[in-house]
Design a protein around this ligand. Structure first.
Ligand code: 5AD
Ligand code: FES
Length: 348
């Protein structure tokens, strides 16, 4: 049995098999990985791709992650916040374009405290009762996560960034704790959110061991969603001169994650699209089944600059949606108007 067949049948991989799959130059092996992952995705989701409308609420952040362009020490970052009405307008536009999931993402910004955020979530919940609300607002208290869930949020994205505490400490300032991040993920799951974790591919100091730990973490935590994309250097950060992550490695990891966890909701990310003109299409072809076009107001888009040269910063929401649909169609996939919830029993 080949390594790919074993991965597919047993939903498991060893440290050495992982290294082999990420380093092999054998075209037949890479092709088997890709086609197996796509077959698994097809079994569950067919040729359907779920769309999520991304609304970037705030470029303010109290954290100082070494990799991120929005870190608080970056004095050249342009800071903005959307108003409640800006946010509702984005949702309205998105709803008309066919979005049934809104992802409200932002830096860790105290302005969006529980009072404000619960008001926003419950308003969106009431105005768009058939839509899923996904939050991606970083680490908050369990009480805060509970209040936002009670206000109507359904899903939460919080990348674990790395499953190795030592590696975490190389990517973050001392005041940030790996344990707290993991505790947040478990709290979110206990509360009842559909939860997404994830990591950057090719982040500084990443090794096969840390990647293997990431896959084991995913296997144990059983998230509903996994977000991965290549690390991309951001100017005016401590990692400004670090090399970008590899598109090839990201694609192979997408396929591996699909085979480990066939039902997972797996986006082909903007970062992948930034490093390769067909990055998102390739991501789908390697087993991803979600894309997240940008619904943020155009005048602020370029300022949500977590890394350099981010795509989709000049387009209106409708253009970004049309572009996404066209890109998916060109490779034989269809974007669907539906919430696209995680469903462990789902079969196309
Ligand atoms: N390159 C790629 N991804 C990044 N993120 C933050 N900074 C970068 C970067 N320079 C990712 C992190 C974070 C998510 C919102 O974006 O994984 O969790
Ligand atoms: Fe945003 Fe193409 S997907 S412009």
């Amino acid at each position: 049995m080949t390594v790919v067949d074993k991965l597919r049948n047993e939903h498991d991989i060893s440290r050495y098999e992982l290294e082999m799959l990420l380093t092999t130059n054998e075209a037949s092996c890479i092709e088997a990985l890709k086609s197996s992952a796509r077959e698994e995705a097809n079994k569950v989701y067919g040729n359907k791709v779920f769309i999520r409308g991304l609304i970037e609420l705030s470029s303010h952040c109290k954290n100082d992650c070494l990799y991120c362009g929005l870190r608080r020490s970056n004095s050249t970052a342009v800071r903005y916040r959307l108003s409640d009405d800006d946010i509702y307008y984005c949702c309205e536009t998105g709803y008309k374009l066919g979005f049934r999931t809104f992802v409200m993402q932002g830096g860790e910004d105290g302005w969006f405290d529980d009072k404000r955020m619960c008001r926003i979530v419950s308003t969106v919940r009431n105005r768009f009762p058939d839509c899923a609300i996904t939050l991606s607002l970083g680490e908050r208290s369990r009480e805060s996560y509970q209040a936002l869930f009670d206000a109507g949020a359904n899903r939460y994205l919080l990348r674990h960034e790395t499953a190795s505490p030592e590696h975490y400490a190389q990517l973050h300032p001392a005041e940030m704790s790996w344990q707290n991040r993991i505790d947040c993920l478990y709290a979110l799951k206990e509360i009842g959110y559909q939860v997404g974790c994830g990591f950057m591919v090719g982040s500084p100091y990443q090794t096969f061991d840390t990647l293997y730990a990431d896959l084991q973490f995913i296997r144990n935590f059983q998230p509903h969603m996994v977000g991965i994309g290549p690390f991309i250097s951001a100017h005016d950060t401590p990692f400004a001169n670090m090399p970008n992550g590899s598109v090839q490695t990201t694609l192979r990891l997408l396929a591996i994650i699909r085979l480990l966890h066939p039902h997972v909701l797996l986006p082909a990310t903007t970062a992948l699209g930034t490093l390769h003109p067909q990055g998102r299409e390739l991501g789908i072809q390697f087993g991803a089944n979600v894309v997240m076009p940008n619904l943020s107001p155009r005048d602020h888009r370029k300022d949500y600059a977590i890394y350099d040269n981010k795509i989709c910063t000049g387009e209106e929401s409708a253009e970004c949606m049309a572009c996404t649909e066209m890109r998916m169609k060109r490779i034989g996939y269809e974007t669907v108007v539906s919430r696209g919830d995680f469903n462990p029993n789902y079969e196309a």
